[in-house]
Design a protein around this ligand. Structure first.
Ligand code: UDX
Length: 448
């Protein structure tokens, strides 16, 4: 009881990066640490601010982010993140100093790997800080390699090298390197240096686990001089945490109830990726020709030049009702847990990848940019639970869907995915690795 009271009087300030794939793990971490007795403050920007009503157990602190409409609408996420770091440092500094009576209770600041300004604020206020890494360990290593290759003049690489293996980075090829499509290389590299190299935190929490990334975790541990706590998958340790910025359309769950076991291909490319009209046309006819039921998340605005699905081929739209269901945003974790879902066509964002593994669902991998390329390569070549879709063409899509849902290769992938799910489940149980690392993390925070 004394320990519990002691922890409640310790406040943790959590600083998420305001992008869906980063907000989710940070809120999950908040829920986990709150359940371990800490008081939680979420310090967030106005841009993509989380909904306080879904988390009455947390306090919320709004950091004026100074972003202009142009910053937000430009679509250049790298510059957006750099601007947030530039604009929010002084505001957070002042806000925390004014945070009486909570100021004295603050045990540490935990910030997303991209929100390095928060680490500088912590150092200035003489508070300990911890980084939350929301992407894989392989991605961190790949970024280090990218920076080295750049220094050697090997990046940008020639097309003829794209299928060559990157030295010391097996199984990644040059085309799998986490290069951004949002900004020029120099700008993206600047963010990578801040995110991966210049860190001063006391520890790193990583949303990964060694049954997925054992050798990579050992490598990153050698590169980091501070303790690393691989605590994953956070969404299963904190299963009821909601961080969705868009409203989930639950009607797809009723639609799934009517489909047969392992028959549905679930298609979602996350919260950032966008597609051209030509690409969605190929996707639509590929799905249709596969003759498998599909649940497709088409995020509003994700098809260039249209608000929602207006640019999908008319003939396809007329026939969707027979075999498919299209929604703007789905309760993804529940969808993946549904027995009708036989495969996940994903962009391989790290959250989606972990969520698919946790439900034992094999994947069709079609990465769009950045770390998704790294994750896709691991899904298809290391864990062998997915098919890589090389070309976004209808024949190839049709073949991939049928192979995954109906073929023997798909069946073997599903079996391997189920095995991986079992391993992951053991990690989060009492006595499992993630459970033990969480205890160590709690002890570390209590020692500050
Ligand atoms: C971003 C990057 O693009 C990604 O590469 C990086 O790994 C994390 O940050 P995002 O593209 O949104 O993330 O992908 P992902 O990491 O998969 O996160 C998406 C989240 O949104 C998942 O937690 C998923 O469950 C959720 N989601 C997605 C929904 O709840 N409903 C949907 O319909 C689609």
């Amino acid at each position: 009881m004394k320990k519990e009271t002691e922890r409640r009087s310790r406040r943790l300030v959590l600083v998420p990066c305001p992008l869906q794939g980063h907000i989710n793990p940070m809120l999950q971490l908040g829920t986990i640490l709150e359940s371990r007795g800490f008081s939680i403050t979420i310090a967030h920007t106005s841009y993509n601010s989380p909904n306080p009503e879904t988390h009455p157990e947390f306090s919320f602190l709004l950091i004026p982010d100074g972003l202009s409409d142009r910053d937000i609408s430009s679509g250049d996420l790298i510059s957006l993140v750099l601007n947030i770091n530039h604009n929010c440092k002084e505001s957070l500094n002042q806000l925390i100093q004014q945070e009486d009576p909570h100021r004295k209770e603050i045990a540490c600041i935990i910030s997303d790997e991209l929100m390095y300004f928060a680490e500088a604020v912590a150092a200035n206020l003489k508070l300990p800080s911890i980084v939350l890494r929301t992407t894989s360990a392989a991605t961190a290593l790949a970024w280090s390699a990218v920076l080295e290759l750049k220094a050697q003049g090997l990046i940008p690489f020639q097309d003829s090298r794209s299928h060559d293996l990157v030295p010391k980075l097996h199984p990644l090829r040059f085309k799998d390197l986490p290069i951004s499509i949002f900004a020029d290389f120099e700008t993206a590299a600047k963010l990578a240096v801040y995110s991966y190299r210049n860190r001063t935190s006391s520890a790193v929490i990583w949303n990964t686990m060694d049954c997925l990334e054992q050798s990579r975790l050992l490598q990153v541990q050698q590169e980091h001089k501070v303790p690393i706590f691989p605590i994953a998958p956070m969404h299963t340790i904190a299963p009821h945490t909601s961080g969705s910025l868009l409203k989930e359309d639950r009607s797809c769950m009723e639609w799934l109830d009517k489909q047969s076991h392992n028959s549905v291909i679930y298609v979602s490319l996350g919260s950032i990726a966008f597609l051209s009209e030509k690409e969605v046309e190929e996707m639509a006819w590929g799905l249709d020709n596969s003759e498998q039921p599909f649940l497709w998340v088409v995020r509003p605005g994700s098809i260039s030049g249209s608000d929602w699905i207006e640019l999908l081929p008319q003939g396809f739209r007329n026939g969707v009702g027979e075999r498919g269901c299209i929604v703007k945003w789905a309760p993804q974790k529940e969808v993946l847990a549904h027995e009708a879902v036989g495969g996940f066509w994903s962009h391989c964002g790290w959250n989606s990848t972990l969520e698919s593994i946790c439900e034992g669902v094999p994947m069709i991998c079609r990465p769009c940019f950045g770390d998704q390329r790294v994750n896709a390569r691991y899904v298809s070549h290391e864990w062998r639970i997915g098919i890589e879709l090389e070309k976004l063409e209808r024949e190839e899509i049709e073949r991939a869907v049928r192979k995954l849902i109906l073929g023997n290769e798909g069946k073997e992938m599903r079996e391997r995915a189920k095995d991986l799910k079992e391993k992951v489940t053991v990690y989060t149980r009492e006595g499992g690795s993630s459970y033990n690392f969480l205890n160590e993390l709690v002890n570390l925070i209590m020692s500050f």
